[in-house]
Design a protein around this ligand. Structure first.
Ligand code: GLU
Length: 288
């Protein structure tokens, strides 16, 4: 694949997770990073591309606002945190986007949104209308009302489903490592970064297991691979790049050899519903 082609992508979905959005020392928002991210996304839009941001952070921000020291485990507390945090998170995004004269919108989804024909079409129509209006939708799971039965469980999967729903051509996952490795780079110094993944076969799945294990829960390599399966089958390329420096988004689109690129191979008769029925897809997640 010629990475130079990435600059021609027209509809780009960027996913950022709570760990990338917050300072590890305090759990508070990393405003510098958010500001840079907002500027980069607005610039992609200014260039004429359609852009979606899938952002986590509702529960983390809410937990901080409520002064909870421990990560909540009880569903109702997580839901309360999300109710407080999602509004706060959007307030910050709205402020930052408005500094660049960019309108942003909020779309909250659960798996039910996708399973129900009417709400799925409604969501699709809303995205299309927002694109026409030049608005950047900010998407998250509707954590305030979702429980195990109806949740996507992780935003890697959610961002891939959104990519498929809107016919995106590039999904970018901002991660806390440089990409997908042959083995766990923290444990094995010989682990190599893989630049391209053409097909998610058994070998790749084996590497994902050894590169992170399942204990990481949301955001582990396993959920990223199941996201890649969905995005690639829908016809989109997917990249994992290091989100410590959000300027990596520009570097990737300019064609620099960073991160791992999972190449699109549109499945014949792709049907998004085939990717919704089996929630966990054989991966591990749901450990918020
Ligand atoms: N939707 C969750 C939140 O905003 C995050 C899920 C994830 O990070 O995968 O807190």
């Amino acid at each position: 694949m010629n990475r130079k082609l990435l600059k021609d992508k027209k509809r780009i979905i960027v996913k950022i997770g709570s760990a990338s959005l917050t300072h590890s020392e305090t759990g508070l928002l990393n405003l510098d990073k958010m500001e840079r991210l907002v500027r980069i996304l607005t610039n992609l839009r200014n260039h004429g591309r359609d852009v979606i941001l899938v952002s986590s952070g509702a529960i983390a921000v809410g937990r901080n606002a409520l002064g909870l020291k421990e990560k909540p485990t009880e569903v109702s507390i997580k839901q309360a945190c999300a109710a407080v945090g999602q509004a706060r998170l959007m307030m910050v995004y709205q402020k930052l986007f408005s500094e660049y004269n960019q309108t942003a919108a909020q779309i909250l989804m659960t798996k039910d949104t996708m399973l129900n024909d009417i709400s799925r079409h409604n969501a699709q129509n809303t995205f299309n209308e927002l694109f026409k209006l030049g608005i950047i939708p900010i998407v998250n799971e509707n954590d305030t009302i979702s429980t195990y039965e109806i949740e996507f469980g992780d935003n890697d999967t959610l961002s891939a489903i959104v990519t498929a729903l809107v016919g995106g051509d590039l999904l970018i996952l901002l991660s806390d490592i440089d990409g997908f490795y042959t083995d766990d780079p923290h444990k094995n110094r010989n682990a190599k970064l893989i630049s391209y993944v053409e097909e998610i076969n058994d070998d790749v799945l084996k590497m994902a297991k050894s590169s992170t294990g399942c204990s990481l829960g949301t955001g582990g390599m396993a959920t990223k691979l199941s996201a890649a399966k969905i995005a690639n089958a829908s016809g989109a390329d997917m990249a994992i790049i290091n989100g410590d420096d959000v300027r990596n988004i520009n570097r990737l689109i300019e064609g620099k050899e960073i991160g791992t690129l999972f190449l699109a191979h549109k499945a014949k008769n792709f049907n998004i519903m085939d990717y919704l029925s089996n929630k966990h897809n054989g991966t591990c997640n749901g450990a918020r």
